[in-house]
Design a protein around this ligand. Structure first.
Ligand code: ATP
Ligand code: MG
Length: 369
């Protein structure tokens, strides 16, 4: 099995959490075996690997829930053994595999849990709970008073994220936070999480089983097996040069298609041509590579027009599946382009207003680069 010989560095950041040569046991079971992992600050590190390979144990070692039997873990240059449990809890928000909301507490009480334990003032806690719900895009007026059994799976996951952010910890440990939801909700949660992370820039350690989710979210991707690290690098590097057959199998087929999940629409979009009338010919030359978008007075797209084989075609935009968000992946853009049959995908902002387009030719360039 290939070993991790040199630890890769992620540019423009420093190491924040360091595990050096750690081992962890449950009775006679060795869950982590002489493992070294340095977590870059303000970046999203994803741990992925087969069931039982030690991902959850790794998180629990970082926050002190599992005591290591060998090696050393440092948090900002200090051994975590020297830190009290409260300090660790204050520093690290934890979202667990099964969400873990308290069933007898309202959403507000759940989100407020750690700030209350830390003795924050009531008024600032209330304000914070409201802001956190807005951050995960749930209306505070509707949701603060609800109980966990009154939430859908996806909503409960969002509350789990809000609660972990409660005391504004520098580190977030997330153990399969989007594990229990359907693929569509999962994609939305990922989009939202990317948006939140770009805003907050936390140091996040995120566990998942889903390779597409891993490639999509990770700045630093760690592939584990049997309590050891097989490869750790940026997703681009891992996709381009998998360390061995295990990693290759784990990444699965269609690696070039998977590369498209690395990019978000806002990084690849160009200015879109738009207007409120349907006279597309006035705006489009036959060689224009993109679309003309007819929008309503607020800027919400109603139709897309493009030259296709010598004539102008029109495709109505009548549901949110016909547009993409700024944080949608290029893979979503590609599937939008294929389903509508236009040469570009309309990118909309939070209010549904057109803010650019992603062109097929751009996607093509990226997928062969
Ligand atoms: N509380 C426990 N008591 C005994 N053994 C445990 C305990 N928790 C985990 N283990 C064992 O330690 C190993 C690593 O478990 P861990 O939960 O870290 O895996 P994981 O990678 O998170 O798996 P999954 O993807 O299924 O969540 C496994 O062999 C597991 O059986
Ligand atoms: Mg686990």
């Amino acid at each position: 099995m290939a070993e991790l010989r040199t630890h890769p560095q992620i540019p423009q950041t420093h190491t924040f959490l360091k595990a050096d040569n750690i081992s962890a046991h449950y009775g006679d079971t060795a869950a982590l075996k002489d493992l070294t992992l340095h977590i870059p600050a303000n970046r999203l590190t994803v741990l992925i690997g087969p069931s039982g390979c030690g991902k959850s144990t790794m998180l629990r070692c970082f926050n002190g829930l599992v005591k290591i039997s060998a090696g050393r873990i440092e948090y900002e240059d200090e051994s975590i053994r020297a830190l009290s449990e409260t300090d660790l809890r204050r520093s690290m928000g934890y979202v667990i595999q099964s969400i873990g909301l308290m069933p007898h507490m309202t959403v507000e009480e759940n989100v407020d849990l750690v700030p209350r334990l830390l003795g924050w003032e009531r008024a600032s806690r209330k304000e914070r709970a409201t802001r956190l719900l807005q951050l995960v895009q749930l209306d505070p007026e509707v949701y603060l008073g609800k109980y966990p059994n009154e939430l859908s799976g996806g909503e409960a996951q969002r509350i789990g994220v809000a609660r972990a952010l409660g005391a504004d910890p520098p580190v977030l440990l997330m153990d399969e936070p989007f594990g229990a939801v359907d693929p569509l909700t999962r994609e939305q949660l990922q989009n939202e999480f990317i948006r939140i992370q770009r805003q907050l820039k936390k140091t996040v350690i995120f566990v998942t089983h889903d390779i597409d989710e891993a490639i999509r979210l990770a700045d630093f991707l760690v592939i584990m097996k049997d309590g050891q690290i097989i490869q750790a690098d940026t997703p681009e590097k891992i996709l381009a040069t998998p360390a061995n057959e295990f990693v290759e199998n784990f990444l699965g087929p269609n690696r070039s298609l998977k590369r498209l999940t690395l990019f978000t629409a806002d990084h690849c979009m160009v200015e879109a041509i738009s207007g409120t009338d349907a006279n597309a010919k006035a705006y489009l030359e036959p060689e224009t590579p993109g679309c003309y978008w007819k929008v309503d007075p607020k800027g919400i797209p109603l139709s897309g027009f493009a030259w296709v084989q010598g004539k102008i075609i029109e495709r109505p935009i009548n549901n949110s599946g016909h547009t993409v968000q700024k944080y949608s992946s290029l893979r979503e853009c590609m599937s939008n382009i294929l389903s509508l049959g236009l040469p570009s995908a309309a990118v909309v902002d939070e209010k549904g207003r057109l803010c650019g387009e992603v062109r097929f030719e751009t996607i093509q360039k990226i997928s062969i680069s």
